[in-house]
Design a protein around this ligand. Structure first.
Ligand code: PEP
Ligand code: MN
Length: 366
């Protein structure tokens, strides 16, 4: 699987350093000289793809909405002068048409567009007959189906060079992130679509410079295929997303400090040790399943007792006791309350499901 994924990148001819693929550039194109000066610096760092937003989907009106199509010739010039691949965001068929006319190499679909199947379908239809690589950012809301659906629509248009970009999810709660990563969602997308490479966008997840390193490292630890990082020669004065952009020198620092990880090693001693530990995991998983089976049997017996005596299935006081007790015991066993409450809520819900089936059956027979 790993090889297949990498071969997708190789076929993009984006560069030999496929792990990780580095996409960098300003949030927005501002001027020809800005594009040229950032691009020149990034090229010397070995960045594979230069990104710049031309059309900016802004949350509120009257903020800078991108320079528009006049920025496309700047990217074309950068390409010609430096031989670097360029990528822009597209949100409709007109953007696709204009970007392709200007020889843009890679298009990305932003988070505010991937939420909308109509927009995605319009983009997909406009891509038919082309073979331009497409990056699909996650939708702003945490919905794996929607993200997968957007990718499927692009696949349906006959595009075979597709990657997903994880840029985090909007949250109503105050968090340290601009967009909460919810790592479990991209992990689930990769389980469902193992051939789609996954790129992390630490800039939009973190929202501030200081978080780029840590988020990028986490992505490497999770076997991501690339990073998309916003870079500007004068980040403080960037026309959009100033707080999260870093200088090319800071990017170099991030990349230098990154510890790259591999999926597997060839060393037989390490492999054996890992195998032995995994055997132990399998053993405990078997035990867990056996214990759960026994617990559900008892829950079913309780269900029969409740049926026969017309006792409600849900017993709020008892459930409170179970949860409090488990959290306490869990805390002593170094198991976090978040984990314990997730596990026990799932177990309790399954008991309720089993008992509901029993009571229904009993009431029908009555
Ligand atoms: C961007 O990449 O600048 C951008 C607008 O990203 P997102 O769609 O992730 O908000
Ligand atoms: Mn941005």
């Amino acid at each position: 699987m790993e090889n297949e994924k990498n071969s997708i990148f190789k076929s993009w001819e984006i560069g030999s350093k496929v792990n990780p693929l580095i996409i960098a550039g300003p949030c927005s194109a501002e001027s020809e000289s800005q594009i040229m000066s950032i691009g020149t610096k990034l090229k010397t760092l070995g960045v594979n793809v230069f990104r710049a937003g031309i059309w900016k989907p802004r949350t509120r009106p009257n903020s800078f909405e991108g320079v528009g199509a006049i920025g496309l010739p700047w990217l074309k010039l950068l390409k010609q002068e430096l031989g670097i691949k360029v990528a822009v965001e597209v949100a409709n068929a007109k953007h696709v048409h204009e970007a392709l006319k200007a020889d843009v190499d890679i298009l990305w679909i932003g988070a505010r567009t991937s939420v909308n199947p109509f927009s995605i379908q319009e983009i997909a239809d406009s891509l038919k007959g082309t073979d331009v690589p497409i990056l699909v950012k996650n939708p702003i809301n945490p919905d794996v189906d929607l993200w997968q659906g957007a990718i499927e629509r692009i696949i349906g248009a006959g595009i075979d060079k597709i990657a997903a970009v994880h840029r985090g999810f909007s949250s109503f709660n105050n968090t340290i992130y601009r967009n909460v990563p919810m790592w479990e969602l991209p992990i689930e997308l990769r389980r469902r679509m193992p051939d789609i490479p996954m790129i992390c966008d630490p800039s939009h997840i973190g929202g501030k410079r200081t978080m780029i390193q840590e988020i990028s490292q986490k992505a490497m630890d999770l076997n991501y295929d690339g990073l998309m990082i916003e870079c500007h020669t004068d980040p403080d004065n960037a026309w959009s997303d100033a707080a999260q952009q870093i200088t090319p020198a800071a990017l170099q620092n991030v990349l230098d400090q990154l510890i790259l990880k591999v999926l597997e090693v060839d060393n037989p001693a390490v492999k054996n040790e890992l195998k032995e530990l995994r055997n132990q995991i399998d053993h405990f998983d078997n035990e867990l399943i056996g214990v759960l089976q026994q617990r559900m049997k008892v829950a079913s017996q309780i269900g029969e007792y409740k049926s026969a005596n017309n006792i409600t299935i849900l017993q709020p006081k008892r459930w409170h006791e179970i949860l409090t007790r488990s959290l306490e015991i869990g805390a002593n066993a170094n198991l976090s309350s978040e984990f314990m409450s997730k596990i026990f809520s799932a177990i309790h819900q399954e008991s309720i499901n089993k008992q509901t089936a029993i009571v229904k059956d009993f009431d029908v027979k009555k």
